[in-house]
Write a protein that binds this ligand. Structure first.
Ligand code: ADP
Ligand code: ADP
Length: 239
């Protein structure tokens, strides 16, 4: 069965207009899937229904055969360990160092004190160093998160997500706060790591030219509906 199988997914926030309507697609091979569409098209809602940061109204989201909308809170917590998430605003713990932020990926999303008290294994620390080197931040381990540039923060965000050893990565507008050249570097990094780790990733991306340049597959959204699903080269007109 496919790694991710989304069937007839719908979300109604109660505003009368569906934010998502009968969205169906599957993701199996390790590919970077770009979700494009104008503001309000439902990109972020779609990404967030996968790990239930948004509760879908109906439809199914199967990850490795498990239906995510029907999981209990405890089961959902376990399932979320398999899904790495990268945010537009990085969501780092500002008072922690780069190394500490990456290590928190091992625990899931915990608070400041919990993350400080936890005793990480030597293997965790070794892996965190390796990930920091991979994302280009070797030597930054002891820098505090609040002393980093936007691009550096997003590199930490990527390393932290990989620290979970996820089966799937979700990137929610990861470059929207970055300048064009930093955005391209982050896209290149995302593309590289998912290829190395043989893991699919869904990236919600406003910038169609970035999506075309770096994604293996494009899903186009308009008014909550999936209106395109294909290779970047097949995308003749933007939206
Ligand atoms: P995109 O990510 O493509 O900009 P969103 O998924 O954020 O689109 O939004 C899709 C639609 O759902 C929009 O009409 C938006 O206003 C609406 N929406 C998003 N979040 C909420 C919310 N928390 N409450 C009510 N409506 C929402
Ligand atoms: P904000 O609105 O403050 O930017 P988000 O909506 O991006 O926050 O995310 C809400 C919170 O959900 C995050 O601060 C994070 O702690 C938690 N969270 C995000 N992704 C995951 C995940 N994959 N598993 C568990 N919790 C998560």
């Amino acid at each position: 069965k496919p790694l991710l199988e989304i069937t007839d997914l719908a979300k109604d926030y109660g505003t009368g207009r569906r934010a998502l309507d009968s969205v169906t697609f599957t993701v199996d091979t390790p590919q970077l899937v770009g979700i494009i569409g104008s503001s309000g098209a439902g990109k972020s809602t779609l990404i967030r229904c996968i790990n239930r940061l948004v509760e879908p109204t109906s439809g199914s989201v199967r990850l490795m055969g498990t239906d995510i909308p029907s999981l209990s809170p405890g089961e959902l917590r376990k399932m979320r360990r398999q899904i790495g998430m990268i945010f537009q605003e990085y969501n780092l713990v500002e008072r922690l160092t780069v190394m500490q932020n990456v290590l928190t990926g091992r625990l899931g999303y915990v608070g400041f004190w919990t993350s400080l008290r936890y005793r990480y294994s030597a293997e965790d620390i070794r892996y965190a160093y390796a990930l920091l080197e991979r994302v280009g931040l070797a030597g930054f381990e002891n820098r505090r998160a609040d002393a980093l540039s936007g691009g550096q923060r997003q590199r930490v965000g990527i390393a932290r997500a990989l620290m979970q050893r996820p089966k799937l990565l979700l990137l929610d507008e990861p470059t929207a706060s970055l300048d064009p050249s930093t955005s391209r570097q982050i896209m290149q990094l995302a593309q590289g790591v998912i290829e190395e780790q043989k893991m699919p990733a869904l990236i919600n991306i406003h910038d169609v030219s970035l999506a075309r340049a770096f994604c293996d597959r494009i899903i186009g959204m308009r008014d909550g509906e999936l209106v395109f699903d294909g290779a970047p080269a097949e995308l003749t007109h933007a939206r």
